[in-house]
Design a protein. Structure first.
Ligand code: NAP
Length: 528
């Protein structure tokens, strides 16, 4: 049952007077429950409890931590269809989409459980002592990763399950051994409430310390208080550039700055290379129309820039793309704010000198997002920064270059991106290696053909890129490598074996892979 309360660990509270309501973007109807925004005292209580829980949670064995993550997945499944219906009702996204998103959410929790058992995330690295080394003895040094402390998590509106309450940031922070405080997203308050209760049920069943997970409702000021709280040690954020940047700046202005891992905006440029484009302009036009319209364009990997060279093939591609997009229905967007923002920002782009919309740009109303494309020549694109910004929704711009030199100039002028796609033949790649090289410096994931929408959750995924795609391009928010954001290395010098953490003991009791004197091995250390 949805309570509308805040959860300070296992304690449900509603001390405040500010009421938030959940909306159905499809018909504007209001859900009956009242959600109570957290007071400063409740926020302080949640963070202090998290800090107290940290001491015992980080000492929980990796196996028990893994079982905890698996139990969260079981508890999410146990909510049943009620969760899917609520998420669909609050987001306007189809019910079927949430079958998949729930599966992804549970699988990533289970994937982190396996990471904990496998052990290489600990980065165990050992240099044994050489007491008789000349001119000075070599000390015994053993390094590993340890958790950093309470982590604040801000989910995004477009993935109410997989990038929210028990999504990738929460899963990776908990896996690393950190308590989590979630700021519930205002666009899916009920979904957040249900998932919070599932996580807390897993806390109880697995006998985890109270405060390892808390959730507070509220708007921007609640989020800001969490970020500024001295006991919060890192932030995971998925959302807009505006929000992510504000939180990043705030975290850096604290007396003790903390890392903010914000995954934000991306236009996901796709370079349509001559050989490939001339082979199938119509097929590619349809493929990209489907990618642009997928999920009403509300994916961080939606292709917002399609860059080609002036030619009959590019004309055919653009014609097919625009016709195919025009045939697609206008579909309800996530919420009124996102729909309004889509038309406002798209409107600002198509009003720019030199930009030509192709199709009907009328707003059908009722929060529905109608796909559209526009075209612009590369010279205009290069001069106008407004055309480089992400438009969140089903909109894309075809950038027409005179030649591949101009294409290279466009690649060099791009902001940092989550993805970049080379729509190319092998010979295009060889011939235009400079464009590939320029694009590779801008992106976290470089695709050869296909479309950027669709993000695999696996060990080798990179979902993050140079700013503004993310605030730390060295990390990913999707896939098991996300755990590295919420750990720090510590080196133990000359510690007696029996006092070392298990991961670093001579006998290798965890049976994990470790680097010993420069060699990766599962061997134990003898005669050290
Ligand atoms: P959003 O408006 O930035 O909100 C994200 C969360 O941050 C919400 O909980 C929001 O609070 C909070 N927030 C926003 N501004 C804040 C501020 N100044 N201080 C403190 N908290 C703040 O993003 P969204 O609407 O959920 O998602 C849409 C955007 O996310 C799109 O631009 C999309 O490109 C991006 N996105 C990126 C990725 C990625 O991996 N890179 C993935 C998905 C989405 P409220 O709940 O009060 O609004």
């Amino acid at each position: 049952m949805i309570t509308g309360k805040n959860y300070i660990g296992s304690r449900a509270t509603a001390d405040g007077s500010q009421i938030l309501k959940a909306y159905n973007p499809t018909d504007g109807s209001v859900f009956q429950e009242e959600f109570i925004a957290a007071t400063p005292q409740e926020i302080d209580d949640a963070v202090n409890l998290a800090q107290r829980a940290f001491a015992s949670y980080k000492a929980v064995s990796y196996e028990k931590r893994a079982q905890f993550l698996e139990t969260i997945a079981e508890e999410i499944m146990a909510i049943g269809d009620n969760l899917l219906e609520r998420a669909s009702g609050e987001s306007g996204l189809p019910l079927g989409r949430f079958q998949g998103e729930r599966g992804r959410t549970c699988n990533q929790l289970k994937m982190f459980a396996n990471v904990l058992r496998e052990g290489s995330w600990l980065g165990a690295n050992i240099d044994t002592a050489i007491p008789d080394r000349q001119p000075i003895p070599k000390v015994d040094l053993r390094k590993m990763h340890v958790p950093i402390g309470p982590v604040a998590v801000f989910g995004a509106s477009n993935f109410p399950l997989a990038f929210s309450t028990a999504g990738g940031d929460t899963a990776s922070a908990l896996a690393a051994g950190n308590p989590v405080i979630v700021k519930g997203h205002e666009a899916h308050l009920g979904t957040n409430d249900l998932v919070t209760q599932a996580v807390l049920s897993a806390v109880e069943k697995c006998d985890m310390p109270d405060g390892v997970f808390s959730m507070v409702n509220g708007g921007i000021s609640v989020g800001q208080q969490i970020v500024k709280h001295p006991k919060v040690k890192a932030v995971g954020f998925t959302g807009s550039v505006k929000g992510g940047r504000a939180i990043f700046d705030m975290a850096n202005q604290r007396p003790e700055p903390i890392p903010v891992y914000a995954e934000m905006g991306s236009t996901n440029p796709c370079f349509l290379m001559p050989d490939k484009l001339s082979g199938d302009p119509v097929g590619l036009g349809n493929t990209f129309a489907n990618s642009v319209a997928l999920g009403v364009g509300q994916f961080c990997t939606s292709p917002g820039l399609l860059i080609g060279i002036q030619s009959s093939a590019l004309d055919e591609f653009t014609d097919t793309l625009s016709k195919s997009l025009a045939e697609k229905e206008a579909v309800t967007m996530l919420n009124e704010k996102i729909a309004t923002s889509y038309y406002t920002h798209r409107g600002a782009v198509i009003e720019q000198t030199g930009v030509e919309e192709i199709g009907d740009s009328t707003n059908p109303g009722s929060n529905k997002g109608k796909p559209l494309t526009a075209k612009v020549n590369a010279k205009t694109f290069l001069k106008n920064p407004i055309l480089h910004e992400e438009i969140f929704g089903p909109f894309t711009i075809v950038v027409i270059c005179e030649d591949t030199n101009e294409m290279l100039a466009v690649a060099n002028a791009l902001h940092g991106q989550l993805t970049g796609t080379m729509v190319a033949t092998d010979s295009d790649i060889e011939k235009y290696a400079d464009i590939v090289e320029a694009l590779s410096t801008k992106v976290g994931r470089l695709l050869f053909n296909g479309v950027p929408t669709g993000v695999e959750v696996c060990h080798s995924m990179q979902h993050g890129g140079p700013y503004p795609a993310s605030t730390d391009q060295r990390t990913t928010s999707v896939g098991t490598a996300a755990i590295s954001r919420f750990v720090r290395p510590i080196a133990y010098q000359n510690w007696p074996d029996h006092l070392l953490p298990e991961a670093l003991k001579n006998s290798n009791p965890l049976q994990i892979w470790r680097t010993i004197n420069g060699e990766l091995t599962k061997d134990e250390i003898r005669n050290s």
